[in-house]
Design a protein around this ligand. Sequence first.
Ligand code: HEC
Length: 166
Amino acid sequence: MKNIIAGIATLIVLGLMAFTASKGGAYHGGEHGKIIEDFGDTMGQAKKVEVPKEKSDRDKEMDALSALRDKAGSAGAFKVSQAYKSKCASCHGANGSGIQNGKPMMGPKLFGQSEAVIYKDLVEFKAGRKENIIMKGLLMSLEDKDFKELAKEIGEFPARAEALNK
Ligand code: HEC
C-alpha cells in the first residue's frame, strides 16, 4: 500500500514538473521572464523591419560572391593583377571578399567598394590620417600611381564578377 501511494505521489510531482516546463520554464523567470522575452522578440522584429533595402543589396553581393567562389579554380575565373594578388589578396581575399573558407580574413571586404573610396582610403592610410599600422607599413613602398591602378581594379570587381556570371 505504501508503495502505491509513493508511486501516485511521484506521478503527480512529475506531472506538475511537465506542466511547469510546458508553460515556458520556471527557470527563465516564469511569467515575468516570458513577458521580457516576448518584448525582446518584438524589439528584434522592429529592428529587422527597418533595414530591408540594405539586406537585399547585401544579398545581391553575397550571391555574386558565392557565384565567384563556385567558379574559383576554373581557368578563366576572375582575373586580378599581379600587384593585387601578391600585395593585397593575402588579407583581403583573391576576389576582395575578405572571406576565406567561410571565415573572415584579416582585412575587411573590398568587393563592392567604389574606386574613389578605395583610392581615398589608400591615400589616407599612407598619409597616416586613417590609422592602421598594417596598411600604412604596407603602402609605404607603393606610389600614387599604384593606388590609382589598385583602386580602379578593385572598383571593377563587381562588374568582373557579373561578367563571369553571364
Ligand atoms: C597584412 C594584411 C593586409 C594586407 C596585405 C592588405 N591589407 Fe588592406 N587592410 C588590412 C586591415 C587589417 C584593414 C582594416 C583597417 C581598419 O579599418 O582599421 C585594411 C583596410 C583596407 C582598406 C579600407 C577598407 C575599409 O572598408 O575600411 C582598403 C581600401 C584596403 N585595406 C586596401 C588594400 C589594398 C589595395 C591592399 C594591397 C596593396 C591591401 N589592402 C593589403 C589588412 C591588409
